[in-house]
Design a binder for this molecule. Structure first.
Ligand code: DQA
Length: 148
């Protein structure tokens, strides 16, 4: 069975009320429920997590490297700062996708640099909560083409 791990970084627990003009009104619980439905329908299993702590992101990535076929990561602000997250991603060889609700490249200059992008297979940004759906679809397509 295909195992998908989805990890969300700092402040994403506040989705729904956090800067809704940028991030929309969908909560992280709503996103998790939609991801669960989609992954189950595709015959996979889902682990969905959120943490505000950088070290926990690193541990979750290491765990995904052992247990998952694909990792979908919205590292939030740590995207732009964390060499530890970059190194953790480089250390795991599963399929990895970076997701952002907003398009960081249209925003402040400090969001233009991603330490995640050079360590993942693809980036989905600017599609709001739909980005998670697109990432799951891309992961299943990729894994199917690998086993076909
Ligand atoms: C974000 C974009 C980041 O720049 C920001 O720090 C976040 C959320 C997004 O999903 O658009 O917390 O990753």
């Amino acid at each position: 069975m295909t195992a998908i791990h989805i990890l969300n970084g700092p402040n994403l627990n506040l989705l729904g009320t956090r800067e809704p003009e940028i991030y929309g009104t969908t909560t992280l619980k709503d996103i998790e429920a939609a991801c669960q439905t989609q992954v189950s329908a595709a015959g996979g299993t889902l682990v969905f997590g959120q943490t505000n702590a950088e070290g926990e992101l690193v541990s979750f990535i290491q765990r995904a490297g052992k247990e998952a076929d694909a990792l979908i990561l919205n590292a939030a602000a740590y995207t732009h700062t964390s060499v530890a997250v970059h190194d953790a991603l480089k250390a795991v060889s599963i399929y990895k996708l970076e997701v952002h609700l907003s398009n960081p490249h249209t925003r402040e200059a400090f969001r233009h640099r991603s330490y995640v992008s050079p360590a993942v297979d693809g980036v989905i940004a600017g599609f709001g909560a739909m980005g998670y759906r697109l990432a799951i679809e891309a992961a299943f397509e990729h894994l199917k083409s690998k086993t076909a």
